[in-house]
Ligand binder design. Sequence first.
Ligand code: SF4
Length: 332
Amino acid sequence: MTEKVQSQDGPGAVDIPVGISACVLGQGVRFDGGHKLDRFIRDTLGAYVRFVPVCPEVEMGLGVPRETLRLARGGDDEGGAVRLVAPRSGTDHTERMESFARMRVMQLGKENLCGYILQNGSPSCGMERVRVYSKPGVAPARNGRGLFAQELMRQLPNLPVEEDGRLNDAGLRENFVERIFAYRRFRTLFGGAWQMGDLVAFHAREKLLLLAHDRTTYQELGRLVAGAKGRDRDQVAIEYEALFMAGLRKMATRGKQTNVLEHIAGYFKKLIDASDRQELQEVIASYRAGHVPLVVPVTLLKHHVRRHDIEYLAQQTYLDPHPIDLMLRNHG
Ligand code: SF4
């Protein structure tokens, strides 16, 4: 189960490792030998990343087929803790899964992962709203997290993590993929022998992307960068990583995107003629009104950036945060 799936040939030649619940890739590892293949993830996103599939239940030694598992809240004598149990046989797999997850996530931490896709609803892999059973006859509460997912998110708190079901939402999908590529850029910078000047340049390139998510985060990061001189560099990197990734988790809204588009358009005020200016304003207004997707104003702005060779804007990751073929900015 440690086999790695190579990304397909194509534009995604850069190595971007992304962990994934093996069943989402189509591997027949579910309790009944089935899978939960997601074609967008395997075929479209898979062209740009290298998947690292993990099936915690199989890897910890449960076979295929196997008994179904569920989360169950123990009684008062067990402190009300959530357990991973096989209801038919009554076997409790909690300790086994917890110790497997600690070890496996530690290994995954060395893989330089840039994201992780989990199978929703699973008592092992589910990220949120997993059913937790209590007493017979009482409906399960939907407030659990799979035990493997829990350990993953505990050990790697900045790693972009999403569930396959939530990735059907265009906004969540865009946000998640954007974070994968942002984390990759971050790790590329801080994985090498970086200088303070590199951090300043990184922060400048990410400015507009951060502003589309959260202005406060951008300002906090700015203060961190400004006060970084003379401080322990590892500590600065740790603080920057946590703030940067938390900021990008905040959803970019149409209003915040519009502000960023207007900001970019401001650079062309004196460079383009009246009819081009009007066209730009109309396209941005159409986006703000929800009549066209984000890709429309961004494409027009990129055209002007190229034509007028504005280096500061050309370097902004906001204009190219992820491969255009993923069509993530094409939703309404
Ligand atoms: S949800 Fe997780 S544990 Fe269950 S089959 Fe898929 S990879 Fe395995």
